[in-house]
Design a binder for this molecule. Structure first.
Ligand SMILES: Cc1cc2nc3c(=O)[nH]c(=O)nc-3n(C[C@H](O)[C@H](O)[C@H](O)COP(=O)(O)OP(=O)(O)OC[C@H]3O[C@@H](n4cnc5c(N)ncnc54)[C@H](O)[C@@H]3O)c2cc1C
Length: 226
């Protein structure tokens, strides 16, 4: 799996702070931008996060390239509607890379044998269908969910916070969780104050919607706060 932050709004935290200040200022956004200091930005973001004035976070965009993940993973990803996506087409691009294999299968010899045997059959017959002249768009019906894919996703900071709450949870499916964790570590580098307390619900709101109080993350958080 490879997750790259392709691009983002320049100075995302400054843009957010200008938007927040604009709400309460007679000055123009340009004047605010010219006068705003680093410490103002940090302070404004802290207030925004505490008060829940989250709409201003929508002005900062982040674009990620995600590759070497399965269709299982991207099927879950694209359920997040407040985002833009561009995914490698299975109508036009023949699948040639390796399938994605979960660790539970990799670590179990018998399971690995069954998995590889099945995928090999799918791959062989996929190729055969294409060689017979069946269009790629129809041959793809035989492809398993383990098929690798590439996708570009753009989300704003507010949508990302929601995404991290849902997908950084240890109860979330492992592959999308790894994607979410990578994305979080990348955005923390460019917008550290916005994403300082980002993560699953146990981190952001001290609640566990799954009620999984024996989860290692929940235990870790509550050990630290004692
Ligand atoms: C652990 C887990 C298990 C899941 N299991 C299933 C499952 O079994 N089956 C299944 O179908 N899905 C499942 N999902 C997907 C889940 O239901 C959501 O579709 C997905 O997580 C996207 O979340 P979202 O709607 O908050 O995100 P987004 O679509 O990005 O929306 C962000 C926020 O915008 C608001 N919003 C967006 N669209 C609307 C709208 N139309 N109306 C009102 N408010 C809106 C909501 O506040 C929403 O939280 C699961 C998700 C998780 C994390």
């Amino acid at each position: 799996m490879k997750v790259t932050l392709l691009t983002h709004t320049p100075n995302p935290e400054k843009v957010i702070a200008i938007a927040a200040r604009q709400c309460y200022s007679r000055l123009s956004a340009i004047e605010i931008a010219e006068n705003i200091k680093e410490e103002d930005i940090e302070r404004m973001i802290k207030i925004i996060m505490e008060k829940g004035h989250f709409s201003v976070l929508e002005h900062a965009y982040f674009t990620f390239a995600i590759e070497g993940v399965s269709r299982v993973c991207t099927h879950q990803l694209v359920r997040h509607r407040i985002a833009s996506y561009s995914q490698q087409s299975q109508r036009h691009v023949k699948i040639e890379e390796d399938f994605i294999i979960p660790d539970t299968i990799k670590e179990n010899e018998k399971a690995k044998e069954i998995f590889n045997e099945t995928l090999e059959l799918c791959r062989r017959n996929y190729k055969k269908l294409i060689e017979m002249g069946i269009p790629i768009e129809d041959a793809r019906y035989i492809l398993p969910q383990a098929s690798p894919t590439k996708i570009i996703v753009t989300m704003n900071a507010r949508a990302l916070l929601n995404f991290f709450e849902l997908r950084c949870c240890l109860m979330a499916q492992w592959e999308i969780r790894r994607v979410a964790e990578e994305m979080l570590s990348l955005v923390k580098k460019v917008a550290p104050h916005v994403f300082e307390r980002a993560g699953p619900f146990c981190v952001t709101r001290n609640i566990c919607p799954e009620k999984k109080y024996d989860c290692p993350k929940w235990i870790e958080i509550h050990k630290l706060s004692r």
